[in-house]
Design a protein around this ligand. Structure first.
Ligand SMILES: Cc1ncc(COP(=O)(O)O)c(C=O)c1O
Length: 486
C-alpha cells in the first residue's frame, strides 16, 4: 500500500500540529541532550548529569520502609489481594472517599494545620499538569488570558494553552527586587493585555516558586488577592511545592490568606499534586481544590479524562492516613532538602557563584550573569550549550522560564544520589574556575595589546575580568553537540 508522505499535517487537526506542546524549547532540548548521553557511574561516567528535572528522590528510604511494613496497602500482595476486585472494577469519578479524606488531611498538615480542606472540594486529575488544563477549561475561553509572573515553569505554556486555546500573559518580575510580584508589575501587565484587547480571566501564581525556590510572603499574597478581587478575575495558586520548604520563613498558603481577608472566594482555586512533596510524579496524582461550587462540579465532570487509577488512590489513602509516617516524612524530607541545597549553594559560593536566596523547592536559581559574553539571550543560549557540551550538566536556561534577564539558570538538586551530587558540584566548580582562568588570560592579552602602563591591583583585575564584555567562559574543547547546534 502507498502512503501520501507530503504534507501529512493537512490530514491532522490544528491542535495536533500547532507545536503547542513546546517540545522544541531549550527546556526540553536539555532533556534530549541528557537522554542521548546519560551519566551513569560505571557505564557512562563522562555522560550528561541531569540537573533539569525537578524530582524529589531524597526520601525514598522512608517510603520503602513504609511499603514493606504495610503490605495490605497494595492490592497486589498476599495481604492486600482480597481488596483487588473492589478496587479493579469501575469506581465513580468523585474518587474513593478515603483517598479524598487522606489528601485533604495531608494538604492541611503540609500547611502546618493552620487551615483545613474539605474533601468534597477535592477533584482528581492526572498530576498538576491535568489540573492546570482542567482549571483553564473551566475558567477561560479560547483567546482569553491568564497573567503569569515571570520567571515561570515552562510546562504552563503547554498545560494551560495548548488544547484550551487560552493565552498566557507575562507579569515581568526582575532581579533588582528578587523577582518580587509587585502591584505595579501586575497593573502594568493587566493594562498591556487590555490595550491589545486580550481578555484577562485570571492570575496564576506558583508558591513556592518554580524556578526561584522562594516563597511568597504574607504581604505579597494579600496584595495579589486584592488585585484579583479588584479586577474581578480568578486567582489560581499552584502550591505543588508546599512541603518542600526547608528553611524559615515558613510556607503561607492562599488558603490562610482567604481566611484573613474579605474576598470573593469563588475566584480562588488551588492546584496541587503529590509529584513534588511526596516525590511521586509517576503516580500522576493531581488535585484541583476550588472554593467555587460550580467549578468543583464542572471540574469533577471533566476529571473523567484524567482520573487517578483506583489502585493508586487506594495506596495513597492508606499511606497518607498514617499520621506518624506523614509527620516524620515531612520533617525528614525538609531536612534532606536543606542539606542538599546548602551543599550546592555553599559549594558554588566558594568559586564566586551566587544564587537567589531561597528556602524551598527542588532547585535553586543560579546567577551566571557574570559568565555571559554579553547580556543577551543569545549569549545565555551559547553558555547553556557550552555547559551541556563540556562540564556536561543539563541545567535549564532562564529564558526557558521566560525570565526577562539573561544569565540565570535553574539547577535541580534533589534528583540524584550523593555521589552524583558531588560529581556535579565538582564539574560546575571546575567549569567556573576554568572560565575565570580564560577570562584572566583574555583580559591580560587585552592589557598587553593596549600597552597600558597602569598598575592594577589583583582585586581590581578580577573585577575587570568579570565585566560581561570581557568574558569568555568557553572551553577550547568544543563538543560535536555544540557544532551540531550552532
Ligand atoms: C510549578 C509546577 N506545576 C506543575 C507541575 C506539573 O506537575 P505534575 O507532575 O504533577 O503534573 C510542575 C512540574 O514540574 C511544576 O513545577
Amino acid at each position: 500500500m502507498k502512503f501520501i508522505s507530503s504534507n501529512q499535517n493537512q490530514l491532522l487537526s490544528k491542535i495536533a500540529t500547532n507545536n503547542g506542546h513546546g517540545e522544541d524549547s531549550p527546556y526540553f532540548d536539555g532533556w534530549k541532550a541528557y537522554d542521548s548521553d546519560p551519566y551513569h557511574p560505571t557505564r557512562n561516567p563522562q555522560g550528561v548529569i541531569q540537573m533539569g528535572l525537578a524530582e524529589n528522590q531524597l526520601s525514598f528510604d522512608f517510603i520503602k520502609e513504609w511499603i514493606v511494613n504495610n503490605p495490605k496497602a497494595s492490592i497486589c500482595t498476599a495481604e492486600g489481594a482480597n481488596g483487588f476486585k473492589d478496587i479493579a472494577i469501575y469506581q465513580d469519578y468523585h474518587g474513593l472517599p478515603e483517598f479524598r479524606n487522606a489528601v485533604a488531611k495531608f494538604m492541611g498538615k503540609v500547611r502546618g494545620e493552620r487551615v483545613t480542606f474539605d474533601p468534597d472540594r477535592i477533584v482528581m486529575s492526572g498530576g498538576a499538569t491535568g489540573a492546570h488544563e482542567m482549571v483553564a477549561f473551566c475558567l477561560a475561553d479560547p483567546g482569553d488570558a491568564f497573567l503569569v509572573p515571570t520567571p515561570y515553569y515552562p510546562g504552563f505554556d503547554r498545560d494551560l494553552r495548548w488544547r484550551t486555546g487560552v493565552q498566557l500573559f507575562p507579569v515581568v518580575c526582575e532581579s533588582s527586587n528578587n523577582f518580587k510580584i509587585t502591584k505595579a508589575a501586575l497593573e502594568a501587565a493587566y493594562s498591556k493585555a487590555q490595550e491589545t484587547n486580550i481578555k484577562v480571566k485570571g492570575l496564576l501564581i506558583t508558591n513556592p516558586s518554580n524556578p526561584l525556590g522562594t516563597i511568597l510572603d504574607r504581604e505579597t499574597l494579600r496584595s495579589v488577592l486584592s488585585f484579583t478581587n479588584e479586577k474581578n478575575i480568578h486567582l489560581v495558586c499552584d502550591e505543588i511545592y508546599a512541603a518542600t520548604v526547608f528553611n524559615k520563613p515558613g510556607f503561607i498558603s492562599i488558603a490562610e490568606i482567604i481566611e484573613e481577608m474579605e474576598c470573593n472566594r469563588d475566584l480562588v482555586h488551588i492546584v496541587y499534586s503529590l509529584s513534588k512533596d511526596l516525590g511521586f510524579p509517576g503516580f500522576r496524582v493531581g488535585v484541583v481544590y476550588s472554593y467555587n461550587d460550580i467549578v468543583v462540579n464542572i471540574a469533577r465532570k471533566m476529571s473523567s479524562f484524567g482520573l487517578v487509577s483506583t489502585q493508586t488512590q487506594h495506596l495513597i489513602a492508606s499511606m497518607l492516613s498514617d499520621d506518624k509516617f506523614v509527620d516524620k516524612f515531612i520533617a525528614e524530607s525538609a531536612k534532606k532538602l536543606a542539606t542538599r541545597h546548602g551543599v550546592f549553594t555553599r559549594g558554588l559560593a566558594q568559586v564566586g557563584i551566587g544564587s537567589l536566596k531561597s528556602n524551598a523547592g527542588l532547585f535553586f536559581w543560579m546567577d551566571f550573569r557574570r559568565l555571559l559574553k554579553e547580556p543577551t539571550l543569545e549569549a545565555e543560549m551559547e553558555l547553556w550549550r557550552t555547559i551541556i557540551a563540556h562540564p556536561k550538566l543539563n541545567v535549564s536556561p532562564g529564558s526557558s522560564f521566560h525570565c526577562s534577564e539573561p544569565g540565570w539558570f535553574r539547577v535541580c538538586f534533589a534528583n540524584m544520589d550523593d555521589e552524583t551530587m558531588r560529581l556535579a558540584l565538582r564539574r560546575i566548580k571546575n567549569f567556573v574556575i576554568q572560565a575565570k582562568g580564560q577570562q584572566a588570560s583574555a583580559a591580560k592579552k587585552q592589557y598587553g595589546q593596549s600597552k597600558l602602563q597602569v598598575s592594577v591591583s589583583f582585586r581590581r583585575m578580577e573585577d575587570l575580568m568579570m565585566t560581561p564584555r570581557m568574558m569568555s567562559p568557553h572551553s577550547p574543547m568544543v563538543s560535536p553537540l555544540v557544532h551540531a547546534r550552532t
